[in-house]
Design a protein around this ligand. Sequence first.
Ligand code: ATP
Length: 577
Amino acid sequence: MDRYEQVTELARRRGFMWPSFELYGGAAGFYDYGPLGARLKRRIEDIWRRFFVIGEGFAEIECPTIGIEEVFRASGHLSGFSDPLTECKECKEIYRADHLIKHIVEVPDALSAEEIYRMIKENDITCPECGGELSEVYEFNLMFRTAIGPGNRHPGYLRPETAQGMFINFQRLLRYYRDSLPFGAVQIGRSYRNEISPRQGVIRLREFSQAEAEVFIDPRNKQHPRFSEVKDLRLRLYSREAQERGQVEEMSVGEAVERGIIAHEILAYFVARTYEYLLAVGVDRERLRFRQHKADEMAHYAADCWDAEVLLDRLGWIEIVGIADRTDYDLRSHMALSKANLSVFVHYPEPVRRKRVAVKPDMKVLGPRFKGRAKAIADALQAMSVADLKGDTIKITVDGETYEIERRLVSVEEIEEEIRGEYVVPHVIEPSFGIDRILYTVLEHSYHEEPVEDEMRVVLRFLPGISPIDVAILPLMDKDELVEPARRIFDEFRRCGMLAEFDTSGSIGRRYRRNDEIGTPYCITVDYQTLEDGTVTVRDRDTMQQIRIEADRAVDIIRDLMSGALCFSEAGMPVKS
Ligand SMILES: Nc1ncnc2c1ncn2[C@@H]1O[C@H](COP(=O)(O)OP(=O)(O)OP(=O)(O)O)[C@@H](O)[C@H]1O
């Protein structure tokens, strides 16, 4: 069994996750989270909230997971959100065509369907299942289509990303942030992609969870006020040039911006925060790198794009987060289709005075002549450029009506005006996290095996605060005199809002092993000494060391151990094993 199989087997057996619809034979690309997996996922999402909602002050919103056609026409998903597909002419198995040439081209995303097909032919690639000939490659749109209401008049699409919700609500969010940039909004929720042939557990799902932030910034200023907080962090960067050489470089975030490797401070800031977040949930630093998109791999509108990639057994380097500078593409696309104004007036620090030549209408004549319409006509005349004042009459159209004004009724004069700011279409920086891929990575990177007394001990070394269960309360034996005081401790943990588990089944050794396997950081055992002196043992998952503490202080001590305020060896009297 390789590590991938060990982890998925443990995840299934212990109640983290398993393929959906098993009762009816299953369906590829769908997974259920069981009692432990759902809790682990919630914790990973809550830490994400701590970083991005609380830490960055981004507003969390919640939009429908079904979108109407206009949204995806504007976003480009209707025309361009597809993957290349090929089918075996013999056994009819379907494949992602670009995946079949991954060993020849490292990043095949940039190739067209024709180019991929040519490579398949030139390299004699056949069906991996039966060796049959593969069909021509064509693009398959990944969006799930449905109908809104009865009939087919209103198509709907299950959203392939959460991001569109933030773009669609841009005007309301801008108002919420009192009309000033920068600001950010996030969503954590389900996205749907009808992936061509998902075969990698929760790494490639047809329904998955994303946590996405859209940060709207002033395009003229790509510096970040808090950059100094992250500039000394050292990251493993796989830049475009480093990919040419095939060697990852380690450098500080500050250096990466100075050397022009990461395009600007804001993007680098979010690469750094992503790094901190991934370490905080338990991704192994040594199996994490940031890979820059190659120019032909990046969307045409993007200015720079970095993926957080993790090294997984069997699967190799896998993208778990994408961080992109999407420029003003999204807002401009929605502006073009909806005709709404999605620009922002940004004030200059000081008003600027500027001289210009302006058209001045003669209101003494125009006022009495046009009465109620005079103001609108004067505004239209003032909006004209001096170069357009040709001939003896000027033609203007106001509210659909055309007027002819004598040229002598307008003069030209130089005026000085005060300009307080200008309209800009914000650029968008988007960190986009795949929660399921992060969860699987945390499981695999936490998985350890070690021989203990002729047996292999399996431990999930979750960070405290990540493990689905904070503490297990174990009466040494299933006897009333031990079960009752153990229950009282258990109730106290629950009363204080901690996730405790109560377990009386099997030998104490087996219960320890079971808790090691699900990553419970501490086990509290109630034994006969508890009845004499009110103390219990606490066992540390990683070292297997035990200490004795007073049962009355158990909640406080476990809480301090989990927060790091207390170190295990100093928390109580050591117990010799
Ligand atoms: N089918 C999927 N199943 C699970 N997670 C996914 C899936 N597709 C995307 N994600 C997650 O959402 C994040 C952001 O989505 P994005 O559109 O950047 O992915 P992507 O580049 O299309 O991914 P890939 O190239 O692997 O299909 C990814 O980094 C990944 O963690």
